[in-house]
Design a binder for this molecule. Structure first.
Ligand SMILES: [Zn+2]
Length: 290
């Protein structure tokens, strides 16, 4: 079911800012378990979705990637995937041994050069490379960065008692706090000139997306406010991982309308290639024009 595709990630330019994808892995998730309302007849009714489908109609391809924003004066790393060596009772996330950091360095971004680490939310596949294992200890991977955690997001998840959340916090969040590298920020926080957070709650209570503006051009890294492009055309299709599916749907409708109006390049954190495009409204949603 799952595979590895270490093909070089894509990159985009937004004015004078560059956005670079570092791919950790490509996955194929069962549609009926993950986006249960994406029935075969719904998928078949959306011709433009074809590049985002698999030969096997029961699965959707899903990319796990980090996105690096480089303004020329500030390097922000958005979402840190699953990470290496982490014991996870979850298929395809357990004890990974990828070359993710080497690929970051090869792309021109060694860990020491990252100024900000942004977690759109605190799920297991967005915080992993916050830390790496050094002599049996989980240490911050990006020693010169401030790690930005949404206040609402942290305050929700720190109270959860399920095993996955506890394990994720223990090895990927708490070591950042102990090292004094964490900043708790509001959902509209300005990270640097031309990079700011934008609230996109619903998938999780403090979920944020990351807006980029340079020389009059706009982009957004959406995080998990949508997992697959089919949710652009049909915003009511929820994910079984959504904490508040109704709110997630309302957020999609509001933000998609806004991003279309502002000609924002939408970069899907979990979207398989081509991964990004502009929105054009249709009768029942939005089309992604890649
Ligand atoms: Zn995710």
């Amino acid at each position: 079911m799952s595979g590895r595709d270490l093909a070089t990630g894509l990159s985009w330019t937004v004015g004078s800012t560059k956005v670079t994808s570092i791919v950790e892995q490509d996955l194929w998730w069962r549609i009926e378990r993950f986006l249960p309302d994406a029935k075969p007849e719904v998928v078949a009714s959306i011709p433009w979705i074809e590049p985002f489908l698999d030969d096997d109609p029961s699965v959707f391809p899903l990319r796990v990637q980090a996105l690096i924003i480089d303004t020329g004066t500030h390097v922000a790393l958005v979402d840190t995937c699953v990470g290496n060596d982490k014991p996870r009772d979850f298929w395809s996330f357990d004890q990974l041994a990828t070359s993710f950091l080497d690929e970051m360095t090869a792309a021109g971004y060694p860990p020491e050069g990252v100024d900000s680490v942004v977690c759109t939310h605190l799920h297991v596949d967005h915080v992993g490379w916050n830390t790496n294992l050094v002599d049996g200890e989980w240490l911050p991977t990006f020693p010169n960065a401030r790690y930005l955690f949404g206040s609402d997001e942290y305050n929700y998840w720190v109270r959860q008692t399920d095993d996955l959340t506890k394990a994720t916090f223990a090895d990927s969040v708490e070591p950042i706090l102990h090292a004094g590298l964490a900043d708790f920020v509001p959902g509209d926080h300005v990270i640097a000139d031309g990079i700011r957070l934008q609230p996109t709650v619903g998938h999780t209570p403090g979920h944020v997306s990351v807006r980029i503006e340079s020389e009059g051009q706009h982009a957004v890294i959406i995080g998990d406010m949508s997992h697959h492009p089919i949710q652009l055309q049909r915003p009511e299709i929820f994910s079984t991982a959504d904490v508040d599916p109704a709110q997630a749907t309302a957020t999609r409708r509001t933000r998609f309308a806004e991003w279309e109006a502002d000609s924002v390049l939408v970069i899907g954190t979990h979207f398989a290639p081509p991964t990004a495009g502009h929105l054009r409204s249709t009768d029942d949603g939005w089309q992604l024009i890649s």
